[in-house]
Design a protein around this ligand. Structure first.
Ligand SMILES: Nc1ncnc2c1ncn2[C@@H]1O[C@H](COP(=O)(O)OP(=O)(O)OP(=O)(O)O)[C@@H](O)[C@H]1O
Ligand SMILES: [Mg+2]
Length: 354
């Protein structure tokens, strides 16, 4: 599905690109405003990812090329790409008080020690966290993100093979936060947990005082439900997928599938989410989560939202990434249709307005 609306003002058009393991999403804005000009959602070919890493560069590259070929761009095309999955680690590191110019070297040493990678194997970035209730007032806390260079290279190859320039390489963590901040008025006195539940990965971030202080990639998503439905109902993957989606839409799924998901599978799913949540509470005992926003295709699973609400005892809402985004009339239906899978895409695309 490829749709275009506005004609471009410059030759170089910037797109947000979210290559998910289930859906690949591509979007651009027109005239420097959050007004959608192109919007593409296409199913990512099977077996192009394995265990959270790109496993078939050739097939994925061809596929991305096909999606790009479908959008009306005259000259150069540039993307803001989000990285997710394995090979990306975010960590809070506490450091003693020191001058800001000494921090980079300190972070590199800490990251090498904590993550067991050599400095030259990883891309590394960090932010100083402000205004946290730290136990030791003289210490600083940093939010450090590292991505393995091999992972960055495999994404770069896919872009290079299609003569696509990469404007910004972002993480899905940052994109998720951007989409949230742009569409919701944040209350600084509240701490928010955001969950982007995709097919194979759940990105969990916690926002305290308008900043991401904790982020985890969890190997868990819609496929978790499929594999359990496959086993319990003796059906194949695609049947399990159909049953799950139909159950969540109140469709014709048999009642036993609906009750299996609601009474068993959602609980199993939540068990996997508890340990990162507890890890957060251990690191930030003074900053408990007050409110939860969920997004991603998997967040629509029947009864999952109420399960999240009850396990974490927190008000839980769907994140609507399109709330403050304008769609021209001929694309308007996608505002509703694709809002659940577009948070990361919106967060990436918004950076083109910076
Ligand atoms: N109505 C629905 N109910 C339950 N699950 C759904 C529904 N619609 C889509 N899904 C699930 O959502 C997942 C796809 O969502 P999404 O597009 O957010 O994933 P992705 O970004 O491609 O994956 P990842 O981020 O893990 O690489 C699939 O597992 C699909 O089965
Ligand atoms: Mg995703």
């Amino acid at each position: 599905m490829v749709l275009n609306f506005f004609s471009k003002k410059s030759n170089k058009q910037i797109f947000g690109l979210d290559i998910g393991t289930y859906n690949t999403k591509l979007m651009s804005f027109a005239g420097g405003e959050p007004v959608v000009s192109s919007f593409v959602v296409a199913p990512t070919p099977a077996n192009t990812f394995s265990a959270g890493l790109i496993s078939d560069e050739k097939a994925l590259s061809q596929f991305v090329g096909q999606q790009i070929a479908g959008v009306d761009v005259e000259d150069e095309l540039s993307v803001i790409l989000g990285i997710s999955g394995k090979g990306m680690i975010a960590k809070k590191i506490d450091i003693p008080e020191m001058d800001d110019h000494m921090i980079p070297e300190f972070v590199e040493i800490e990251a090498e020690q904590e993550l067991f990678y050599n400095r030259d194997e990883m891309e590394l970035d960090y932010e100083i966290l402000e205004g946290l209730n730290l136990n030791k007032p003289e210490a600083k806390s940093l939010f450090v993100v590292t991505v393995l260079k091999t992972v960055v290279e495999s994404y770069n190859k896919i872009l290079d093979q299609n003569a696509i320039q990469c404007e910004i390489l972002d993480t899905n963590f940052g994109a998720l936060f951007n989409a949230f901040e742009f569409n919701h008025t944040l209350d600084e006195s509240k701490n928010y947990m955001l969950l982007d539940i995709g097919r194979t990965t759940t990105n969990l971030i916690v926002v305290v005082k308008n900043q991401v202080v904790f982020a985890r990639n969890i190997n868990l998503g819609g496929d978790f439900f499929n594999s359990l439905i496959q086993k319990k109902m003796s059906v194949d993957y695609s049947m399990a997928e159909d049953l799950k989606v139909s159950a969540s839409k109140g469709g014709e799924a048999p009642q036993d599938v609906v009750s299996l998901i609601k009474s068993e599978l959602n609980k199993d799913f939540m068990e996997e989410l508890i340990s990162p949540y507890e890890l957060y509470n251990g690191l930030f005992p003074e900053e408990p989560v007050n409110e939860i926003y969920i997004t991603g295709g998997g967040s629509q699973t029947a009864g999952l939202m109420s399960e999240i609400e009850s396990v974490f005892s927190c008000q839980t809402h769907f994140l609507n990434p399109f709330k403050n985004i304008k769609f021209p009339s001929d694309l308007k239906k996608y505002k509703e249709e694709h809002k659940m899978i577009s948070s990361v895409l919106v967060g990436l695309s918004l950076r083109s307005l910076e």
